[in-house]
Design a protein around this ligand. Structure first.
Ligand code: S3P
Length: 241
């Protein structure tokens, strides 16, 4: 199949954010993340948790841990909480009690975490946001962030472990592509959309915080800060949005 004939990749259809972070050195990137984190921490609702949603393999845990580290917040993985409460792995829960039971546990765990009204970073399992009750809770009580990545990245990352029961039922690429199609309209409801799989983890964290700040503080302020950052000697980059 030629490139021109290639079907659009559903999880990557939204254009990438500005790529100035590409040209940053590690130290510049760290500083930019620090600045964006400092800004984020001045948000009006300081108890609001950040909830990461998105398909399996998109990097919710890795990004969530790093984000929590830079914001000095606690990181919680809802799948791990379910495993702790049940005393068994997600795959065992699926095997012994079925998906419906798992979804109910997932709903209860996320409701408990959100009802605690504490500022923290919560990574959810890829299917959690499809439950009507859970989705409403997340949208009402947190800053919901949808992480996206191209299917190739998801296939590569999920292929590193065989712990995801939904991917054992056939060809992981087909399953992930199908889930992307079904789930996108739900994920899209998140306030912040952010590409993951941008190489350096901090690039994703910077993009996430920049977009979160834009959603909280408004577009104008974010634009002004970007203008301040731009090196004077260079011609302005073309906006990719
Ligand atoms: C699932 C995603 C998994 C886990 C379970 C079901 C899904 O979590 O909750 O295997 O339905 O997408 P990750 O998204 O963290 O892999």
């Amino acid at each position: 199949m030629s490139m021109a004939q290639k079907k659009p990749n559903i999880t990557n259809e939204v254009k990438p954010a500005r790529r100035k972070s590409l040209s940053m050195s590690d130290a510049q990137l760290r500083n930019a993340v620090k600045d964006a984190a400092a800004k984020f921490l001045t948000r009006p609702d300081t108890n609001q948790p950040i909830v990461l949603i998105g398909l399996m393999g998109v990097g919710k845990t890795a990004v969530g841990k790093r984000l929590a580290q830079v914001l000095k917040l606690r990181f919680i993985d809802s799948d791990q909480e379910i495993e702790k409460a049940a005393g068994m792995k997600v795959s065992e829960i699926f095997e012994k009690f079925g998906e419906e039971y798992f979804r109910d546990r997932e709903r209860a765990v996320i409701a408990r975490l959100l009802n605690e009204r504490a500022s923290r970073v919560i990574a959810t399992g890829g299917g959690a946001f499809l439950n009507d009750e859970t989705r409403k809770l997340i949208l009402d009580q947190s800053l919901a962030v949808w992480l996206r990545a191209p299917i190739d990245v998801l296939v590569e990352r999920t292929g590193r472990r065989d712990t995801r029961p939904l991917l054992q039922a056939g060809n992981p690429r087909d399953i992930l592509s199908n889930l992307a199609k079904i789930r996108e309209k739900f994920y899209r409801q998140a306030s912040v959309h952010c590409n993951s799989g941008l190489g350096r983890l901090d690039r994703t964290v910077l993009s996430l915080l920049t977009r979160a700040n834009r959603s909280i503080f408004g577009e104008n302020e974010a634009k002004q800060r970007r203008r301040r950052w731009r090196p004077k000697s260079k011609k302005p980059e073309t906006e990719q949005k």
